[in-house]
Design a protein around this ligand. Structure first.
Ligand code: PLP
Length: 456
């Protein structure tokens, strides 16, 4: 198949790619890459390039490529039982085992796990459960959801609304009316340079309090946030942020949805970001790291106080009217079981902490001093290099110059994949959790040379 020289042409003629400039792609102006294989932290394409994947696909191939244990588990499952649904109490050995493994790893106050397919559908599930919960409690007005600017929660109708990035709203008539956005906890872009981290946290809390007062706490059901802002710029929160936010939510009886699609199952060097920051979620959204993307699967993990109300709801109303054909798909579940075992066996959560910290601190040492590097930040196996036209004034490049994209293209020439984040000139890194120090050094060197090539 891969020697078929029509493949490139068929791609341009037939394939609607996500997050792609459709017209440029169709005209042959935008890049095309046909990926053929992967091993460890490297992928290969059919032109013979071997690239170090510094973004683990889309922060998802956490155990790295080519893991035969997971491939075998998928093949065995497909041979034994390729599919059966999970409705009305049906399960498979894989889905039940995975449910147990997820709950064993989840924060203490969680009660059950619902399996879907990807991060967006898991967030859709979570918002429906929040609405159901308030209806069962006799609070039909308490329905609005607070999200943060620069948050990323998917690109469906509700989840695209929760996402706080212009690209995902523009021309799609989003966000929907039930969603309201509050301040991004983005210290580097704080409104006043003289603010300490603690003062900036207080500022975020005050903005949230003002929003709640304006809308009325009795109209607000939940707050959703990623432990570390991901697609919005890979931004760890300022000191004390999550504790302070949780206090406000508790005071106003607002549920907390922690979106751990990126951070779940080890990326921050802890099993969940909620543990990392010491918060108590009512719902956790997870996907990517659950199977390391060997098969599509997501998990909505439901906290005890919600679970009790959901059970009451079905006592009063009958079965819960929510489910998909592919919920808890046995092949996804088998991939999940093999993946979580591998994460434990290889000590990848610890490696995310150790090598991750080494990676972003080395990045800070090596490129942080460049005149156009405004900030290097990281947490666990996540890192971002934010570029600035004028570092001292925190003045950013004009978006039309595409500076971040140019640096990422220059890195690609050096055999390393990073991601130009969608809003701002931010170079993002989320390598597989099995990254070694030598591979981390390779990413740092490629970044340094690429910045010098593009910006001098
Ligand atoms: N939530 C977060 C934090 C994400 O980063 C993503 C995807 O990147 C999603 C939700 C949506 O997941 P999916 O693309 O699997 O629908």
């Amino acid at each position: 198949m891969l020697t078929n020289d029509k493949l490139a042409e068929w791609d341009r003629e037939s394939f609607f790619h996500p997050s792609t400039h459709l017209a440029q792609f169709a005209r042959g102006e935008a890049a095309q890459r046909i990926v053929t294989g992967g091993e460890g932290v490297f992928i290969q394409d059919r032109d013979g390039n071997k690239l170090l994947d510094g973004f683990a696909g889309l922060y998802c191939v956490n155990v790295g490529y080519g893991r035969q244990e997971i491939a075998e588990a998928i093949a065995d499952q497909a041979r034994e039982l390729s599919y059966y649904h999970a409705y009305a109490g049906h399960g498979s050995e894989a889905s039940i085992t995975l449910a147990k493994m997820v709950m064993d790893r989840a924060p203490k106050n969680m009660a059950r796990v619902y399996f879907g397919l990807g991060g967006s559908d898991a967030n859709e599930t979570n918002i429906k459960l929040v609405w159901y919960y308030n209806n069962i409690l006799g609070r039909p007005e308490k329905k609005k959801i607070i999200s943060r600017w620069r948050g990323y929660h998917g690109s469906g109708l509700m989840t695209g609304s929760l996402t706080g990035l212009e690209l995902f709203h523009k021309k799609f008539d989003l966000p929907l009316a039930q969603v309201i956005h509050t301040e991004a906890p983005y210290y580097y872009r704080r409104p006043d340079m003289n603010m300490s981290e603690e003062e900036f946290t207080a500022y975020c809390v005050q903005s949230l309090e003002e929003l709640i007062a304006r809308e009325g706490a009795d109209t607000i059901a939940a707050f959703i946030g990623e432990p570390v802002l991901g697609t919005g710029g890979i931004v760890p929160p300022p000191a004390g942020y999550w504790q302070a936010i949780q206090k406000v939510l508790d005071k106003h009886d607002i549920l907390l949805i922690v979106d751990e699609v990126v951070t779940g199952f080890g990326r921050l060097g802890t099993m969940f970001g909620a543990d990392h920051y010491g918060v108590k979620p009512d719902l956790i959204t997870s996907a990517k790291g659950l199977t390391s993307a060997y098969a599509p699967l997501s998990a909505s993990i439901v906290g005890q106080r919600m679970w009790d109300v959901l059970m009451k709801g079905t006592d009063e109303n009958g079965v819960i009217g929510h489910g998909w054909t592919y919920s808890a798909h046995p092949i996804g579940a088998a991939a999940g079981v093999a993946n979580l075992k591998l994460i434990d066996e290889l000590g990848l959560v610890q490696n995310a902490a150790d090598t991750g910290n080494y990676f972003w601190q080395t990045m800070r040492d090596e490129v942080g001093g460049h005149g156009n590097v405004g900030e290097v930040r990281g947490e666990g196996m996540l890192c971002a290099v934010e570029l600035a036209a004028d570092k001292d004034k925190r003045q950013f490049f004009d978006a039309s110059e595409g500076t971040g994209a140019k640096v990422v293209a220059a890195m690609l020439k050096r055999g390393v994949i990073a991601r130009a984040m969608p809003q701002g000139d931010i170079i993002g890194y989320a390598p597989p959790l099995c990254l070694t120090r030598a591979e981390a050094d390779q990413i740092v060197l490629a970044t340094k040379d690429a910045i010098t090539e593009v910006l001098g």
